[in-house]
Design a protein around this ligand. Structure first.
Ligand SMILES: Cc1cc2nc3c(=O)[nH]c(=O)nc-3n(C[C@H](O)[C@H](O)[C@H](O)COP(=O)(O)OP(=O)(O)OC[C@H]3O[C@@H](n4cnc5c(N)ncnc54)[C@H](O)[C@@H]3O)c2cc1C
Length: 452
């Protein structure tokens, strides 16, 4: 079957970038055709039923930030705002070592006092000194300067003389949580772009956004309903195999069952998927893009979902400092009436566990819980179920080299536009970057259409 309409825009990939692009096309009276090879919208933000443990699960714990403006706008539009708890100010428990912990909450004060003062109050338990505060205060803006664009976080730490304790408490966890990249490869500039919007912004922007429901109930389900209600076309289980530039006017987008004809294409694919697609297309103007796509590297994220017969001590979310597990979150499925306590344990840039067996990972998790919480896990807790999810290509590796090759929305092929978390949005490759990239892509379409 062939499908053609003058005002249509084909959007390939229905992750957050594709959803965002589709929503924004509606604002300009254009008709999006959103195509994805998966069964559902959402891409890397999705839930599924884990049959082996009889539980719905997310493909990995996702945390938003109060400073995620684009994402909050998207959530509001599809009616999901109330399914994410956006903290009014950052609050979490930090476990810094066996039996050592503190609760941290930013103050209602101008930046950076809102986070430096409460940190100062905890300086003994966090093992930090006056000098460390001065080093942050004095040098944090350096991170964002253009001349530091080719620097890693580790290089910045060395140049500015950040202390060992501050590195363990702040810089290593921030690079892992925000960039999913260890400090020796993480881009200092990109880290600054994220923290300047949250920690160095007003205190109200410092909080986390914690999902209160399964990701598909927050993003893909409501987005699909909204888009269908607004006459968007959605094609799922529809891999795009080929794009043919028919003449200077239109593209043909080839899938196994249908061919779509459109003047515009917005690709919302990750670099590796776009590279594969371009391999089967004759679009010589994109050769240099193709070369760069092959240069991206990726980091995994491992989420250990564990269901216990008793609660772990204390409140959550909790950050574990200098541990292979960086965060523990309560699961949306925790069912107190069933005495079932679910937790998601997150290990970012988890390359060290890529080849580990389930048993080895579980062993590490139990040892860490015993060590950090000072509990006799083996003799006190019963594991009701567990499931380890390793997402191999969770995000691109957010290094200075990757920063250099992230392309903007406009490509050398007219009317072939790019979006996706990895494109050059000025933000780390996150949900927020994906949502923003969708808007920037549609803006590029509209601007180009208005040119004579
Ligand atoms: C485990 C994990 C934890 C994460 N944690 C966080 C977090 O806490 N906070 C945060 O902000 N971000 C987090 N991220 C990153 C976040 O998920 C991504 O930045 C975001 O989802 C990327 O969206 P996207 O639309 O750019 O790409 P994707 O979600 O990858 O969407 C691309 C889509 O293209 C489709 N596709 C591929 N090839 C084809 C083809 N040939 N034809 C048709 N369709 C195709 C895919 O099926 C997919 O749906 C995490 C990611 C993972 C995996």
């Amino acid at each position: 079957m062939s499908y053609s309409q003058d005002k249509t825009i084909v959007i390939i990939g229905a992750g957050i970038a594709g959803i965002s692009a589709a929503l924004h096309t509606l604002d300009y009276n254009l008709k999006p055709i959103l195509i994805d090879r998966n069964r559902h919208l959402g891409g890397r933000v999705r839930s599924f039923l884990a049959n082996d443990i009889g539980q719905p699960l997310d493909n990995g714990q996702h945390i938003l930030a109060s400073a995620y403006k684009e994402t909050r706008h998207l959530l509001k539009r599809i009616g999901s705002s109330d399914r994410v708890l956006f903290q009014e100010r950052f609050e979490a428990r930090f476990i810094t070592g066996p039996g050592k912990e503190f609760q941290f909450r930013t103050y209602r004060l101008p930046s950076p006092l809102h986070f430096l003062l409460p940190l100062l109050k905890k300086k003994n338990v966090a093992n930090i000194h006056w000098r460390d505060f001065w080093q942050i205060f004095n040098h944090s803006d350096l991170l964002g300067q253009d001349r530091f664009k080719d620097m890693t976080v580790e290089e910045w730490i060395n140049i500015t003389g950040q202390s060992q304790s501050m590195t363990e408490l702040l810089w290593k966890p921030l690079a892992l949580s925000i960039l999913n990249t260890p400090i020796h490869t993480a881009s200092a500039y990109l880290l600054y772009q994220a923290i300047s919007r949250s920690f160095l912004g007003p205190y109200k922007m410092s909080g986390m956004g914690i999902p209160l429901d399964w990701l598909s109930e927050i993003f893909s389900g409501p987005a699909e309903r909204y888009l269908k209600d607004h006459q968007a076309e959605i094609r799922l289980l529809t891999p795009v195999n080929k794009i043919i530039r028919q003449n200077d006017q239109v593209f043909r987008v080839v899938t196994p069952g249908e061919t779509f004809t459109s003047k515009w294409i917005i690709s919302c694919l990750p670099p590796y998927a776009l590279h594969t697609l371009l391999e089967s297309c004759v679009l010589p103007d994109l050769n240099s893009l193709k070369k760069n796509l092959a240069r991206f590297e990726y980091n995994p994220i491992m989420t250990v979902n564990i269901f216990l017969d008793k609660p772990l001590p204390g409140n959550f979310p909790a950050s574990l400092v200098a541990s292979p597990i960086q965060w523990i979150f309560c699961h949306p499925s925790t069912d107190l009436s069933q005495h079932q306590y679910g937790y998601a344990l997150v290990s970012s840039a988890s390359n060290a566990y890529s080849e580990s067996s389930r048993e080895e990972v579980l062993e590490m998790v139990q040892a860490e819980l015993e060590r950090m919480f000072q509990i006799d896990f083996h003799n006190t807790y019963r594991i009701l179920a567990y499931k380890i999810i390793k997402e191999k290509r969770a995000t691109i590796s957010q290094s200075p080299e990757a920063l250099e090759i992230r392309p903007g929305p406009v490509t050398p092929v007219p009317k072939f536009i790019l979006a996706g978390d990895w494109t050059d949005t000025g933000l780390p490759a996150t949900i927020e970057s994906a949502a923003l990239s969708g808007r920037l892509a549609v803006k590029a379409v509209v601007e180009a259409s208005q040119q004579p």
